[in-house]
Design a protein around this ligand. Structure first.
Ligand code: HEM
Length: 485
């Protein structure tokens, strides 16, 4: 066991070089490979088969017998600070329930906690029997509307910038999106108390967000002090939160309470629970604020698009905030803009471990290697998305709606690891954009000293779990004026 983890640590460190330039490596692997057949890249002796042909991708998704992914979830928890003993307990099936705990009613089939957490995500986030998605969605969208209200924005010291009685004259667009969505996510999943425990939670989250890739690739400690500090600070806050009496945390989401009950039943301490949950804290909060940011970057920098989307939003009732029904059924250009942002600003890869030799695309992929499905190179495939595949076209999915179902379009991953939060994420973004553009006139301001701001550059080098960030320091500055004032 010990040896295996040293090996993984070494492997992932060696993989940094590959992942930093993975997009370029993959593109060059596809150059003389018109059928996009699987090809193998070896990193520090470990083989990765790169699969990008959509038919082969589907074969990978469908295979639940010889391909697995638990090892990647376990590695993620280790990277995020969970101990080997804790992860081993969480991987045991049936779970090692402590002697005075009866087998849990939440786990009738005796699944490992790693497997159970996935089932719980599905119950929490997807429709189906016993679904808990309705209360979660309602709480999440309610927080977004509440935090966007002028009385909250106006007095919020975390949204920096000079004020008039009805406007903020210059502020960061990225921080504006983060301010609303990160607090909304935290409160929805953990309730009021977690946010109250840590006045600097927002800044600590940004610190984690910027550095989490170092944890995932087990960067040497001397270069990861910032990442370790952010990780340990959040684990500490979550640990304190789990020590609070349950009656102070009744407003937490079903998933949070169910995982806590199961984790306590196998004897995890509050600190251990916190370390295993950290990655979920990140998953809940790390993507949607960046998606809102990129969507607004394109809307605000293109006056024709801006006017068209505002017209869509107000079409059924110009004097009220657009309803979710209106946003999901009467705003085709906004919907297409969201789909195009997901196409060009996500950079994730699904991973599978090969437990036994497996044929994919007519080629035998050998046991012990890994399979990587790199979505960014599929999203930029000109054979699917056309000669302008590399450029942003807000109307692309209006002109070709079937692209959303194309086998080369996977912004939320796929198969057994398909993002369970995909429907919620879309609603969060629609609610944020719909309410923000109804309540405010948001405009790009001139650079300090005059002139047009440059469009923020995307950081395509760091590995991500979904949305790509901006290059360090890139942002748009905007003015936010309460409408009707
Ligand atoms: C724009 C927003 C989002 C994007 C682009 C995104 C993307 C992804 C991707 C690429 C994966 C991995 C898929 C794979 O390995 O095949 C994933 C997994 C996951 N995401 Fe999302 N995500 C988003 C928002 C959310 C939100 C808001 C939540 C929950 C509140 C969420 C919950 C999850 C969960 C629980 C998983 C793990 C899947 C599982 O183990 O069942 N995601 N997401």
């Amino acid at each position: 066991m010990m040896q295996r983890h040293y090996l993984i640590g070494y492997l992932v460190r060696s993989a940094i070089g590959f992942f930093n330039s993975s997009h370029a490596v993959i593109q060059s692997g596809l150059e003389n490979n018109p059928n996009r057949d699987p090809f193998k890249v070896t990193i520090a002796g470990q083989g990765f088969y790169i699969v990008t042909n959509p038919d082969h991708v589907i074969e990978v998704y469908k295979n639940k017998t010889t391909l697995s992914f638990d090892v990647f979830v376990e590695d993620l928890m280790l990277s995020c600070g969970a101990s080997r003993e804790t992860v081993a307990k969480m991987a045991m099936s049936p779970p090692p329930y402590v002697s005075d705990t009866k087998a849990s009613s939440l786990n009738p089939h005796g699944k490992s906690l790693v497997g159970l957490a996935v089932d719980f995500h599905h119950t929490q986030l997807l429709p189906g029997p016993n679904s808990q998605v309705a209360p979660l969605t309602s709480a999440f969208l309610g927080h977004i509307t509440e935090f966007l209200a002028w009385k909250n924005i106006r007095d919020d010291a975390k949204i920096k910038g000079p004020r008039t009685p009805t406007s903020i004259e210059r502020t960061s667009l990225l921080r504006f999106c983060g301010r609303v969505l990160i607090e909304a996510g935290t409160r929805t999943y953990w309730g009021e108390r977690l946010w109250q425990l840590a006045p600097n939670m927002l800044e600590t989250f940004y610190d984690l967000d910027h550095t989490v890739w170092k944890l995932l690739f087990r960067f040497p400690p001397m270069f990861s002090k910032d990442a370790n500090l952010a990780r340990d600070t959040i684990i500490d806050i979550l640990g304190k939160y789990y020590k609070l009496p349950l009656h102070q945390r009744e407003d937490a989401a079903w998933w949070t309470k169910a995982m806590e009950a199961e984790s306590r039943a196998i004897g995890l301490t509050e600190q251990e629970m916190a370390a295993t949950i950290l990655i979920i804290y990140f998953v809940v909060n790390g993507n949607t604020y960046k998606m809102c940011f990129w969507v607004l970057c394109h809307i605000l920098s293109n006056p024709t698009l801006h006017t068209a989307i505002k017209a869509e939003l107000s079409a059924s009732n110009p004097t009220a905030e657009p309803s979710m029904q209106h946003l999901t059924t009467h705003c085709p250009l906004l919907d297409s803009t969201l789909s195009e942002v997901l196409r060009l600003y996500t950079s994730s890869a699904s991973m599978r471990y090969i437990d036994a030799d497996t044929p994919i695309g007519g080629k035998l992929l050998r046991k012990g290697n890994r399979i990587m499905l790199p979505y960014r190179s599929m999203h930029e495939n000109p054979d699917v998305f056309g000669h302008d595949a590399a450029t942003f076209d807000a109307a692309r999915f209006v002109k070709a709606p079937a692209l959303r179902r194309n086998a080369s379009y996977h912004p939320f991953g796929g198969g057994a690891t398909l993002c369970a939060g995909r429907f919620l994420a879309r609603q969060e973004v629609l609610r944020f954009i719909g309410t923000a553009l109804y309540l405010y006139d948001i405009e790009l301001v001139e650079k300090v000293g005059g002139g047009k701001q440059k469009f923020p550059r995307v950081d395509g080098f760091k590995p991500t779990f979904g949305m790509m960030a901006t290059l360090e320091g890139d942002d748009f500055e905007v003015s936010i004026t309460a409408r009707g004032s």
